[in-house]
Design a protein around this ligand. Structure first.
Ligand SMILES: C[S@@+](CC[C@H](N)C(=O)[O-])C[C@H]1O[C@@H](n2cnc3c(N)ncnc32)[C@H](O)[C@@H]1O
Length: 500
């Protein structure tokens, strides 16, 4: 469930400032504080807090993904400028990231609970560099001069300095109990602590150069010339990636409009490289969605061969089409399928060189950018996903030629959606084999300490961790088909196997 590539309201930001002053919408917060000329330069204004106080209860119902609720709110309040939106959205996401800790602290203090939560969220967002500047909490407090009353400033100051040791480890980690326990069992308490700390930091804005149209050094030079929030550095591992130090409005940038680069988390870029598609090959991106990885694969194929982008969501595939047009790729064929068992899939059986299965998953590896997922997923939703993941993997595998490569991937941190699915698949499909990333990626892949990034000395899984790699969390297994199995000649047998 990677959302890494989706333009996100949290990434918007411009220079519009005074959009709060005039509203035709009677239910929209109005400016109640007397005008003070210093307000023109202030980062946070009372009207932002008022919007946040209205938005938070909606988001915290968890009826829908938080970014959808936030986008809907901004549509209904179209007078808000991009900078206003960025502050309100970042503050909302800061509350979602630290919900347990903030809810506990907000038991103290005065005034309505949502005002207290909103003030805490705004202070954190102003201190996290959410608007492109890395303020410390103290200077964030100064930014709240027009927003918080004197008593509230003192209360916020106490939050900055109160001893975190008084919190339980789970509350400090801001994880629901089931996930806290699950991660403890799976990665151990030390890794769990590092992981939960990393997941509390907002994700950076990473981009991937479209190698068909641009060179990284040219785009970096252009962005660094613009300076300010456009300043960027190369990503640590992906040779096509760069990381922006702020979160500028990319849609205003000609090179972005011309498809010279795309927004894509560095982890997602590396994951696409695992498939290593060659020009002229037949490739399927089985769960293509809006095409974040499809575009990366198409560019690796130098726009030659055939790249099918399958998905059951016509809405997501519709978003892929303009991105393909902008990228200049001519080898991408979006195909809507009604399920993983669609006849269009069956027609390509045994004909495909490389298949990527970027399976629908809990998305728990993306908590830096989708913190609401930790409050919306449960152990039950994870186990419901398993059946779908297994079924998609089995159908996608039927596409592969002998000797071809299949990558099964998720952006989940949990073994249930990762190792368990692949082990079950291998048990029931002995003509497939798990390849070791240490061997297959050597030579052609970014390395750390003489190991391909994401590979492990201990096993043959490929994993990226926010705590180690500063990317979203990703899992992948690289599989190959050793032979055309008996079961393929006798589909009835295979169906029995697959339905287990
Ligand atoms: C993790 S997202 C894909 C993200 C995408 N690959 C990207 O890089 O932007 C999973 C996708 O699987 C799709 N999906 C869900 N069930 C499916 C199925 N049975 N067959 C194919 N795609 C499916 C969802 O619509 C969703 O777009």
């Amino acid at each position: 469930m990677t959302k890494a590539n989706k333009p996100n309201p949290r990434n918007r930001s411009t220079t519009s400032r005074n959009s709060f002053s005039d509203s035709k919408n009677s239910s929209t917060p109005k400016r109640t504080t007397p005008y003070n000329p210093a307000m023109a330069k202030a980062k946070a204004l009372p009207v932002h807090l008022e919007h946040l106080i209205r938005l938070l209860p909606e988001v915290l119902k968890f009826d829908a993904p938080a970014d959808m609720t936030v986008s809907k709110y901004f549509k209904e309040n179209s007078q808000l400028g991009n900078r206003d939106r960025a502050l309100i959205a970042e503050s909302t996401f800061a509350v979602l990231r630290r919900k347990l800790e903030l809810a506990q602290y907000a038991q103290s203090g005065n005034g309505p609970l949502f005002r207290r939560l909103a003030l805490l969220g705004m202070m954190l967002s102003l201190s996290e560099g959410g608007l492109g500047t890395a303020n410390r909490l103290e200077s964030a407090l100064a930014d709240l001069a027009f927003v918080a009353h004197p008593g509230e400033v003192e209360w916020l100051q106490r939050f900055v300095s109160y001893p975190r040791e008084s919190l339980t480890e789970q509350v400090s980690a801001n994880l629901p109990e089931w996930l806290w326990l699950e991660l403890g069992n799976q990665v151990g308490p030390v890794e769990r602590k590092l992981l939960s700390e990393a997941l509390l930091k907002p994700a950076s804005l990473d981009c991937r150069i479209n190698s068909l149209k641009a060179k990284r050094e040219d785009i970096l030079a252009q962005l660094n010339e613009l300076g300010g929030r456009y300043q960027s550095v190369p990503t640590p591992y992906s040779e096509l990636g760069f990381r922006m130090l702020g979160k500028p409005a990319l849609q205003n940038l000609q090179s972005f409009k011309d498809g010279m680069f795309e927004v894509q988390d560095e982890g997602s870029q590396l994951l696409s490289m695992l498939l290593a598609p060659k020009r002229g090959e037949m490739v399927v991106d089985f769960c293509a969605g809006a095409g974040g990885k499809t575009l990366a694969l198409g560019a690796l194929m130098k726009s030659m061969g055939r790249l099918y982008a399958f998905d059951i969501s016509a809405r997501r595939l519709a978003r892929l089409k303009p991105r393909v047009a902008k990228s200049g790729l001519s080898n991408v064929h979006p195909v809507w399928i009604d399920s993983e068992n669609d006849a269009k899939v069956k027609r390509l059986s045994g004909k495909i060189d490389r298949v990527l299965v970027d399976a629908p998953c809990s998305g728990l590896g993306t908590l830096r950018r989708n913190p609401d997922l930790k409050w919306r997923q449960t152990i039950e939703t994870v186990s419901e996903l398993q059946a779908k993941q297994y079924s998609i993997l089995c159908s996608a595998a039927k596409l592969l030629k002998v000797g071809g490569r299949l990558v099964y991937a998720t952006c989940s941190l949990l073994e249930q959606e990762n190792q368990t699915i692949v082990n079950e698949f291998l048990k029931n499909h002995p003509h497939f084999e798990l390849l070791d990333p240490k061997e297959v990626l050597r030579g052609d892949f970014p390395m750390i300490n003489d190991l391909p990034v994401g590979a492990s000395v201990d096993n043959s899984w490929w994993q990226l961790w926010p705590s180690k790699h500063e990317t979203d969390g990703f899992f992948a297994a690289i599989l190959t088909k050793k032979s055309a199995l008996v079961a393929e000649k006798a589909p009835v047998d295979e169906e029995v196997v697959d339905s287990e």
